[in-house]
Write a new protein. Structure first.
Length: 254
């Protein structure tokens, strides 16, 4: 029996109350364990799509299912457990006095207690290499460390799919590499919204280009980045001197 895909979006169209139509019939399927980059210019509808995945936005046309579960009112609590969104600014997610309490917040709210909760928190912090910082106040950490703790707060919920909004933004090169190593090692489906095309190539074998509310391209990341016409048409620019045809020097994943 084939397990349901982590994410299935079908015919999703959405207009904001002011009449601005952000999505025009998006179809997207992401299989279990896939790592997919969502690329596109500003205003393409990427955020609107992400906010549909856990029911923050709704009421449009079409369907969204997460691991076979329709995203609709009666399923929202379970859907929000399964869709872990890591926002661009970690300070949107970290608000407790210590790192441990931030990571425990979601599982505790879901009813975990005692040794089980402690093990869940420790496991999530170990996954992001932040176990030694459990008792530190989040605001004493570097930006890169805070982003890793934000990832841990989501991993503690054991999500089906991890959605990362611009995960490499504002990171220095070392933090960027550390986060890439962590993300590569996670056994979870990843949807990464990013303008950082080298990061997409490094982490996501598949990319989807969303442009003007529709999916304009869906394929192997390297192929899309090498398609100069596609890139130009959708205002996607590679950094100066970056050649997507050259193999990346990545460490083997464990």
């Amino acid at each position: 029996m084939n397990p349901s895909p982590s994410l299935a979006v079908s015919g999703l169209a959405y207009a904001y109350p002011d009449g601005h139509q952000a999505l025009f019939g998006v179809d997207l399927t992401v299989g279990r364990g896939e790592r997919v980059a969502l690329l596109g210019p500003n205003g393409a509808g990427k955020t609107t799509l992400v906010l549909h995945l856990n029911g923050i936005l709704g009421g449009g046309v079409g369907t969204v299912t997460v691991a076979g579960l329709p995203v609709e009112k009666r399923n929202l609590a379970e859907v929000r457990r399964r869709v872990g969104i890591v926002f661009q600014d970690p300070d949107d997610q970290l608000f407790m006095p210590t790192v441990r309490e931030d990571v425990a917040f979601g599982p505790a709210a879901a009813g975990l207690r005692g040794a089980e909760l402690e093990a869940r928190v420790r496991g999530a912090l170990e996954q992001v290499g932040m176990a030694a910082f459990a008792d530190r106040p989040p605001h004493h950490l570097s930006f890169g460390q805070r982003r890793r703790v934000a990832v841990a707060t989501v991993l503690a919920m054991r999500p089906e799919i991890l959605v990362l909004d611009e995960p490499s933004s504002n990171l220095d090169p070392a933090s960027r590499r550390e986060l890439a190593d962590i993300l590569r090692g996670l056994d979870v489906t990843v949807l990464m919204v990013t303008h950082d095309l080298p990061y997409a190539l490094e982490l996501c074998p598949r990319s989807v280009v969303l442009s003007e509310g529709v999916i304009a391209a869906d394929g192997p990341t390297r192929e899309l980045l090498c398609d100069a016409e596609l890139m130009r048409a959708h205002r996607l620019e590679l950094p100066f001197g970056f050649d997507p045809r050259t193999p990346l020097l990545t460490r083997p994943s464990h």
